[in-house]
Design a binder for this molecule. Structure first.
Ligand SMILES: Nc1nc2c(ncn2[C@@H]2O[C@H](COP(=O)(O)OP(=O)(O)OP(=O)(O)O)[C@@H](O)[C@H]2O)c(=O)[nH]1
Ligand SMILES: [Mg+2]
Length: 246
């Protein structure tokens, strides 16, 4: 089994080391062939130094330090995840967050489900058995509604597509034209994969709210970006495609 873990980091000096240790421990225990690709953007704290140090002692850790592009001022987690995925050498990819939000126990369930024939498998907080843990109520409400809207408008068959935590066959991403640069990458990837006919699955996970570090999440901007994404996709796939066949 060959797995690539992609982990986005932005100013996570307190979480970076425990996160890498957590993934390393899991991968070594399972005896996978694995690589870990931390992707850093514009960190101004010690994140980069910690990543460099880890990488110099472990050949499985292959960090990417994204260039400080002048146009890239805001959140670029989407670009980071996509670039990390493109660099990955293994056929199964896991996106897992650098602030320790994802339960390690879920990794194995995701991998098993992919091996049973699913193309993309989500760590789901909102399916039976999953939990939003200590995530605050407003964020939980918005993130669950983000998926409900995608279920309603696009027939997405899973319960949590706003969580970036997921695993997938690397090959599928080469068939999708993903444009989101920030957090919207999570629903965009899910909706486009579904509309392209890929098989979506989910496994329950328990979300762990960050204890250390500062959130990059901006509620108003995020809500606006999600709504814009859904409108664009709805227009593209329901209106334009239907009219093409009339
Ligand atoms: N490479 C990269 N990583 C980012 C960027 N913004 C956030 N991240 C990382 O992406 C992950 C998710 O971002 P968070 O800030 O935790 O966003 P969130 O989970 O919605 O919010 P909280 O957990 O409540 O803080 C974390 O590991 C961040 O360090 C970015 O612009 N580039
Ligand atoms: Mg987080």
């Amino acid at each position: 089994m060959k797995i690539s873990f992609i982990i986005p980091f932005h100013n996570e000096e307190k979480n970076c080391q425990p996160m890498l240790k957590k993934v390393l421990e899991f991968a070594q225990k399972q005896k996978f062939s694995y690589e870990i690709i931390p992707v850093d953007d514009r960190s101004t704290d010690k994140t980069k130094i910690i990543l460099r140090d880890f990488a110099s002692h472990n050949k499985h850790i292959k960090p990417l330090y994204r260039k400080d592009d002048k146009e890239e001022k805001g959140n670029t987690m989407g670009k980071a995840l996509l670039e990390g995925t493109m660099k990955a050498e293994n056929p199964i990819i896991i996106w897992t967050m650098g602030d320790l939000a994802d339960d390690t126990k879920t990794y194995l369930d995701i991998i098993e489900k992919i091996n049973s024939g699913f193309d993309i498998v989500f760590g789901s907080r909102y399916m039976p058995g999953g939990s939003r843990g200590n995530l605050d109520l407003l964020k939980a409400f918005l993130s669950s509604w983000g998926t409900r809207m995608a279920q309603f408008f696009f027939g997405v068959p899973v319960h949590d597509i706003t969580n970036a935590f997921r695993g997938f066959r690397k090959e599928i991403i080469t068939h999708l034209e993903l444009k989101s640069t920030g957090f919207s990458i999570s629903p965009e990837f899910a909706i486009k994969a579904h509309l392209a006919g890929f098989k979506l699955g989910e496994v329950p996970t328990v979300y762990i709210n960050r204890v250390e570090g500062v959130s990059s999440f901006k509620l108003f901007k995020m809500t606006k970006n999600y709504l814009k994404l859904y409108l664009d996709l709805f227009w593209q796939f329901n209106i334009l495609q239907k009219s093409a066949y009339q």
